[in-house]
Design a protein around this ligand. Structure first.
Ligand code: IMP
Ligand code: MG
Length: 185
């Protein structure tokens, strides 16, 4: 285990099972429809890849990028779209794939933006859900695991762009980000 991780929350077997379970639900819910899968960069990329291999419904893929964090464990609340859609969203059935639903700031912004672009439907699929932190009335249609208020990394999720490569989701030791957050206050 990486020295900066205090505990593994989701190991590789559990992550595999999550993508199996969610893909089965998606395949049944979207039967006969074409899905536009939208990955929110960068945190969703591993989850999205593992999930998409198991989707049998007709689908296409697009990515968007939003930024709100920087080197901190707290979202700034100011969402910026740093990469826009390349596909036309008019009348599409959009499935947003995200790494973690935390305060809900990011996905409220993204969901509204997609509706404004004329989508027929928008659903949210997130690997992790931290409902205790929510400040916006937004929920996940598909969630891999509900977790407590820990800062987690791995399987695509980062802290200051690091740890995305870990094959599991683990709790980051507080000492790793304590000093960084202090200097930001
Ligand atoms: P929200 O806008 O507060 O819901 O934050 C969503 C974004 O914050 C996610 O897409 C993640 O990139 C990031 N985030 C929130 N919690 C964590 C965490 O525990 N570890 C890593 N990134 C996180
Ligand atoms: Mg993210």
């Amino acid at each position: 285990m990486n020295k900066d991780i205090s505990e593994i929350l989701l190991d590789e077997n559990r992550l595999e099972q999550i993508t199996v379970d969610i893909s089965e639900q998606i395949n049944s819910d979207y039967k006969g429809k074409s899905i536009l899968i939208v990955g929110v960069l960068k945190g969703s990329f591993i989850f999205l890849a593992d999930l998409m291999k198991k989707i049998t419904a007709d689908c296409t893929l697009d990515f968007i990028a939003v930024s709100s964090y920087g080197a901190s464990t707290e979202s700034s609340g100011h969402i910026r779209l740093t990469k826009d859609f390349s596909e036309d969203l008019t009348d599409r059935h959009v499935l947003i794939v995200e790494d973690i639903l935390d305060t809900g700031n990011t996905l409220s912004y993204v969901k509204e933006y997609i509706f404004r672009k004329g989508a027929a439907s928008v659903k949210i699929c997130t690997l992790l859900d931290k409902p205790s932190r929510r400040t916006k009335p937004i929920y996940a249609d598909y969630a891999g695991a509900v977790i407590e208020d820990f800062f987690v990394v791995g399987y695509g999720l980062d802290y200051d762009e690091r740890y995305r490569n870990l094959p599991y989701v683990g709790i980051l030791k507080e000492e790793v980000y304590q000093n960084q957050n202090k200097t930001k206050e």
